[in-house]
Write a protein of this length. Structure first.
Length: 753
């Protein structure tokens, strides 16, 4: 049976004759790969698009109807007047089907899972699961939880519950591209108690301990003289450890003394503990000692809970399956307008499947990833909200050169809510994680907030089959690196000379808490091209308030940076070169050759230790095939003209250079300008330094006029600007304060209506 879905009041992009179109949202997204035209209107981050009018129970079409309130599994479910009742019955119908079916699910709560295994639809006859507004709740809630009732008291506010439906194994494979070995996680995601999630028991209850020394195979034990533990008090629990700047790993505790913790060295399959620098750790899955902390014993399938009241009086649910919605070895499946809660590993898990759509769903409280598409292709993930996950928001890996992965208009927030996942490869706590996507890869208009590591991570194995195109366009990333360091708002690595574009993104205010790492010296970048990242075009991005704005290292050659705005890179770091607009790791030392850096605006917001550019050199200032020119450099806070910082240099080479010295000693910058308007902080009074440079950032698909209140500013040409300033879509404008009351100025970041 062939179905044609007629969209009324179209809100969702359709693919028509190879082109992406929007509808009542107002603008074309693109009509040609790489040809950026009008862009989609931003969706408010708190909500995905409102429930579509054509998803009303009484007016939509469907083949199967499901309603937990007035349905019955004795019904066939083929009419809205006689729906089925449970997900169990739905899964039986899906399993028995031989062609695509369209399922309407009423907007109530369902506990359990939805499974597609080996189901093959077609472009005109898809398997569709669509949330239907019947009772005014908008969308159904699919909850991968089981209620835990009838707890047994163990005394001292401790209770336990045994349940045969809970997991029986403590390890799960979660990094499932073909080149990777499994990594290991805590057995349960989190408990859901009275509508809130609660994390596993840990010591200390907040913060981390310091490791004083490490030793053994893979550094299989560490010493902490202040631990003060009883012998084997933590045996069987895990130590969660800052193994490397970019890796937070977890190893089972085999035994412990008052000062020494012995670990299972086999748990460290990629990196051992770093013996240099500060190392932090905490112990997880130990005896609960704080209200609503819990632990899990997989051998007994037992949850132990610390509670100041009898937990039988609480609503307590445990995630009891790896995935809430599971799609494996299937084609042409579409999920739309659903709330998805829980999942030990995934909210939505797509494995070895093609032509899958996840559209306008909300995914909460996932374990490893809210939405994961592993070894799958032609995947569209659009207009979804993913919040409060223990690790990644959206996780995708490809399978062959014909695959496409599109992630559009998603809101992702709070990845790393509970920071105790074992991480062998530095691949946790991302907003978007993408690896080996070897067809077209396109990430646009996503809003990512507060991730423990990178905002967007994209990688392709060196020497592997290369994608056709990779585009990261028009994303807003706010707050990253709050847990581990050496990452970026956008972090990429991969090689070869195909079309790779990072354009019109706005990256602002990394969190950089770094309590786990216990130092300010871990690297945090806005845009970070690492490990053979070649042939990228980094164009018209804004990086604001990050220690480095753009960072290039490790043979990251043949890259072009143009029309970017970089400012306020003054965050604390002990090394001066780490506070810079553009850090180029290598001129004549074999790294960073064939670099083009032109038409960029870089504004230093530090009086003494900020630089428009920093570089590593080998006693010369040259770079094979590079072109660095026509840039606008500003340092409006200092009386000196120093703008460039070099390190590993020896006499007669300086640590700092003025623009004139830079031009006379290098082949670069002959047409660049420095403080072209001569407008400096000393020209005004009565304001703080952080009120002098203003970066007006417009993250929306149309031009926006910022209200400047009663203030007067000067632009980079020194001309007066007052009243309003107009900023193009997905772009930013730098202004310098001249006079007026700054509190009257509109918020300088606009996120759309």
């Amino acid at each position: 049976m062939k179905k044609i879905l007629i969209y009324i009041l179209l809100l969702i992009p359709l693919i028509v004759n190879g082109q992406f179109r929007t509808n009542g949202r107002g603008a074309l997204q693109t009509t040609d790969k790489g040809n950026f035209q009008k862009s989609a209107v931003y969706v408010a981050p708190e909500e995905t698009p409102p429930p579509q009018s054509y998803y009303y129970w009484n007016s939509m079409t469907a083949d199967i109807w499901l309603c937990a309130v007035d349905g019955s599994d004795g019904n066939e479910g083929t009419s809205r007047e006689a729906p089925i009742e449970t997900l169990t019955k739905l899964n039986q119908i899906i399993a028995a089907s031989g062609e695509g079916i369209r399922v309407a699910i009423s907007d109530t709560a369902y506990y359990g899972h939805i499974v597609f295994s080996g189901k093959t639809g077609s472009s005109g006859d898809k398997y569709e699961i669509i949330g239907a507004d019947k009772f005014g709740n908008g969308r159904p809630s699919i909850k991968g939880y089981k209620e835990l009732i009838s707890w047994t008291s163990d005394g001292g506010n401790l209770y336990h519950k045994d349940d045969a439906d809970l997991p029986t194994t403590e390890t799960e494979a979660v990094l499932e591209s073909t080149d990777q070995t499994p990594t290991y996680i805590t057995i349960l995601n989190s408990l859901y108690i009275d509508y809130q999630t609660y994390g596993i028991a840990q010591t200390p209850n907040s913060g981390y301990y310091d490791i004083e020394s490490v030793a053994g195979d893979y550094k299989s034990y560490f010493v902490d003289s202040e631990l003060g533990a009883s012998t084997n008090e933590y045996q069987g629990a895990f130590a969660y450890i800052g193994v490397r700047d970019w890796v937070a790993d977890k190893a089972r505790i085999t035994s412990n003394t008052a000062t020494q913790v012995n670990l299972d060295a086999a748990d460290f399959t990629t990196y051992d503990m770093n013996a240099s620098g500060d190392i932090k750790y905490k112990i997880v899955n130990d005896t609960p000692d704080s209200n609503l902390e819990w632990k899990y014993d997989y051998s007994q399938q037992r949850v132990t809970l610390y509670s100041t009241v009898n937990p039988s009086t609480l609503d307590i649910y445990a995630p009891w399956g790896d995935s809430v919605i599971y799609i494996a070895n299937s084609e042409y499946v579409r999920l739309c307008n659903l709330n998805v809660y829980g999942g030990n590993l995934y909210g939505v898990y797509i494995l070895n499947s093609d032509d899958i759509e996840v559209d306008s769903c909300k995914v909460y409280n996932s374990g490893f990833a809210g939405i994961a598409a592993v070894r799958s292709g032609n995947v569209d993930i659009e207009y979804n909200t993913v919040v409060n996950g223990n690790s990644n928001g959206i996780y995708v890996t490809g399978s062959d050169e014909n695959d496409m992965t599109h992630i559009y208009n998603c809101y992702i927030e709070g990845m790393g809510e509970y920071e105790y996942f074992g991480d062998r490869e530095g691949r946790h706590y991302m907003g978007i994680f993408a690896k080996d996507n070897i067809g077209d890869t396109d990430f646009r208009y996503n809003h990512i907030e507060n991730t423990g590591y990178n905002g967007i991570f994209w990688a392709n194995l060196v020497g592997a089959t290369q994608p056709d195109n990779m585009t990261i366009y028009g994303n807003l990333i706010e707050g990253w690196n709050f847990h581990i360091g050496d990452g970026g708002g956008i972090y990429v690595y991969g090689e070869n000379n195909w079309n790779k574009v990072i354009k019109n993104n706005i990256l602002t205010d990394p969190d950089m808490g770094f309590e786990f790492i216990d130092t300010d010296d871990r690297n945090t970048m806005g845009i970070y091209l690492d490990h053979s990242s070649e042939y990228f075009v980094v164009d018209s991005n804004t990086v604001y308030n990050s220690p480095y704005s753009i960072f290039q290292q490790n043979e990251a050659d043949h890259n072009t940076y143009r029309y970017n705005i970089l400012t306020n890179f003054t965050r604390d770091h002990s090394d001066p070169q780490q506070r810079t607009g553009f850090l180029k790791n290598g001129f004549s030392d074999g790294e960073g050759t064939y670099t083009t850096f032109k038409y960029n605006t870089i504004v230093v917001c530090d009086a003494d230790t900020g630089w428009v550019m920093a570089y590593k050199n080998d006693k010369s200032i040259s770079s094979t095939g590079s072109d660095i020119d026509y840039n606008y450099y500003f340092n409006p806070f200092t009386a000196t003209d120093d703008i460039v910082y070099s390190w590993y240099s020896t006499s007669p080479y300086k640590d700092t250079w003025t623009l004139a010295e830079w031009q006379s000693n290098s082949p670069f910058g002959d047409n660049s300008t420095y403080n072209q308007a001569s407008w400096e902080y000393d020209d005004v009074s009565g304001i703080d330094e952080d009120e002098f440079v203003w970066c007006f950032r417009n993250w929306s698909g149309s031009s926006h006029e910022f209200d400047l209140g009663d203030c007067t500013f000067k632009d980079i040409d020194g001309d007066d600007v007052s009243g309003t300033v107009t900023v193009p879509p997905y772009y930013s404008v730098i202004l310098f304060y001249a006079s007026g009351t700054t509190s009257t100025v509109e918020n300088p970041i606009y996120k759309g209506e």
